[in-house]
Ligand binder design. Structure first.
Ligand SMILES: C[S@@+](CC[C@H](N)C(=O)[O-])C[C@H]1O[C@@H](n2cnc3c(N)ncnc32)[C@H](O)[C@@H]1O
Length: 226
């Protein structure tokens, strides 16, 4: 089980040069050590967001705001597709200023204003905040096990810590709750390809496919509400 005591985090560089956080006591990373940006791009943007590139408006739920990298990449890609985004993200253990101020994503992804990630981290909790006129961010300081959201979603980024470290977050019950919040045709993506996770998703009602994972990982899962 993860407790506050475990969240002594350190910032490290991954193989693509982008930062991630590690929790040494748990031997857990926020992203793949083969490349944080590379992994987020593959698992959440290419396998999820880009599948819905034709939608003019999307409602997205993220499990685990963490560094804000998925939010940032989604913002950037929504501009390429000219989409309106309502982005809701939940986080139980938010980063503190000293942590997110050190992240080097701005120097790698240089096509957006430098302060964008900071504005996302500094956005108040529980209050929809316009990052710009097309992108609204709602951050919820919540435990996934007590998820309370008002919206329904077209896309879910399931980015909790791994099922071996947090098995209570990858259960059939949790996936049933999320399934109930998704619109018909909505997609959920996650980096895990574990058999038990796939079975839990299927039992929750999803149609699940195994697809190619990011570098360093053979497979990942994509689930659809039909
Ligand atoms: C694998 S990290 C990914 C974070 C983020 N998507 C990113 O790109 O940095 C998992 C995140 O889930 C959060 N988390 C862990 N347990 C949680 C819980 N019970 N409810 C909500 N968030 C949780 C962690 O604090 C962490 O930020």
């Amino acid at each position: 089980m993860i407790t506050k005591k475990h969240l002594n985090r350190q910032i490290v560089k991954t193989d693509d040069g982008s930062h991630t956080l590690i929790i040494p006591e748990l031997n857990e990373h926020y992203h793949s050590i083969h490349g944080a940006i590379q992994e987020s791009m593959h698992v959440f943007i290419q396998a999820g967001f880009n599948q819905l590139a034709n939608a003019s408006k999307l409602s997205i739920l993220e499990i685990g705001f963490g560094t804000g990298l998925n939010t940032l990449l989604t913002f950037i890609h929504s501009k390429m597709n000219q989409q309106f985004i309502e982005y809701c993200t939940i986080e139980k253990y938010p980063l503190v200023n000293e942590e997110f101020m050190q992240l080097n994503y701005a120097s790698i992804l240089n096509d957006y204003p430098n302060d964008l990630l900071y504005r996302m981290h500094n956005a108040p909790w529980k209050k929809p905040t316009a990052i710009d006129s097309e992108f609204t961010l709602l951050k919820l300081h919540q435990d996934l096990l007590h998820l309370q959201v008002d919206n329904t979603f077209d896309l879910v980024y399931f980015d909790a810590f791994g099922p071996d470290k947090q098995p209570d977050l990858w259960t059939e019950d949790v996936f049933k709750t999320i399934y109930g919040l998704m619109n018909r045709g909505a997609i959920l993506t996650t980096y895990s390809a574990k058999g038990q996770v796939r079975r839990n998703m299927k039992n929750a009602g999803f149609k699940v496919e195994r697809i190619a994972g990011p570098p360093g990982k053979r497979e990942m899962l994509r689930a659809k509400k039909q």
